[in-house]
Design a protein around this ligand. Sequence first.
Ligand code: ASP
Ligand code: MG
Length: 417
Amino acid sequence: MARLVLKFGGTSVADLDRIRNVARHVKREVDAGHQVAVVVSAMAGRTNELIRLCREAAPMHDAREYDTIVSSGEQVTSGLLAIVLQSMGIDARSWQGWQIAIKTNAAHGSARIQAVECEVLRQRFAAGQVAVVAGFQGVGPNNRVTTLGRGGSDTSAVALAAAIDADRCDIYTDVDGVYTTDPRIVPKAKRLDRVSFEEMLELASLGAKVLQVRSVELAMVRGVPIFVRSSFEDPDADQTRPGNLPPGTLICDEEEIVEKQNVTGIAASKDEAQISLRNVPDKPGVAAGVFVPLADSNINVDMIVQTISADGSTADITFTVPAADYDRALEVLRADREGIGFQSIEGAQDVVKISIVGVGMRSHAGVAAQAFRVLADKGINIRAITTSEIKISVLIDSAYTELAVRSLHSAYGLDEN
Ligand code: ASP
Ligand code: MG
């Protein structure tokens, strides 16, 4: 017998037919003798609709009331799934965040979970009842409903799994796992059987939409294995498979991955914009002069390249900022032109950051060199480079996105054969 948290995303509960399908997945686990807590998202599109209503009511609105409104989507699905489960003869009860209680800080709209009180859930398990928990929501210090940010149900599920010492957190979604890259760019992309927490954290931060970044962080810190699988699979197919393992991706500790590849995945992120400052005086304090005002304006700088002029008197500084902050960053820098002392400022928004991720890089030389060679062979110019222990990122013209991702994907042997 295992203790499981099953989480179902918006497309998996988009209508009553799909909720019935979800209930069959739940029933299968209950029938297998497991203790089950379910976490649900709002029905697909519902959260967007609720956000639109808030904006229409008043473009600038009270974040506490926003949370009251947008959290309601999950309340509906938790109740509906409980009813459907009951109609199938399964003892089930819905729970709102405050009823559990999932305690958060007061950051309405993107609250962080601080504690999950799980006494109630433990009692329900003891009584053989399935708890159907509304994801995305918690309760703040003032007893007001809070929400955890878009995609926050993933984090609700992992936090719950950690709190009740679940054996696994199963995330049911509309794809059957995590792929080596976006299959829309590379049709030969492969589903990964296993991926480490660290790699998944990089991939999620780079825009892989499968999981909210925070949920992966939390799973890593608390050591909760996550299994990503599709809810559209026939709920009863599991029994017929050897080892009962459905198609999916297990996100787990690196030690549990036997066959380590040098490169696990490739991601392309269009959320970056490039800024270059030309002819900045090359003296101590210049980098601080550029990056402190940006940090003060809450603008995250990612890649940074500095090149020195031939006579060593000036430097060019190139860096990237989130595309959404591009105009603001230019404004902040222009306002301080005298102070920083640059001659001109240039920017580009038609850029993409291609990242190559893999824990195998730690122990293998030449992974970066291979990427540079592949891109050079295709005539793709690299504008900036950053590396970490398990990631290499290059900034290139966005027109070459597909060519670059495809070429790298096959160069690292990731194509499905
Ligand atoms: N319903 C929320 C959203 O759409 C939370 C979630 O689905 O995870 O962002
Ligand atoms: Mg989601």
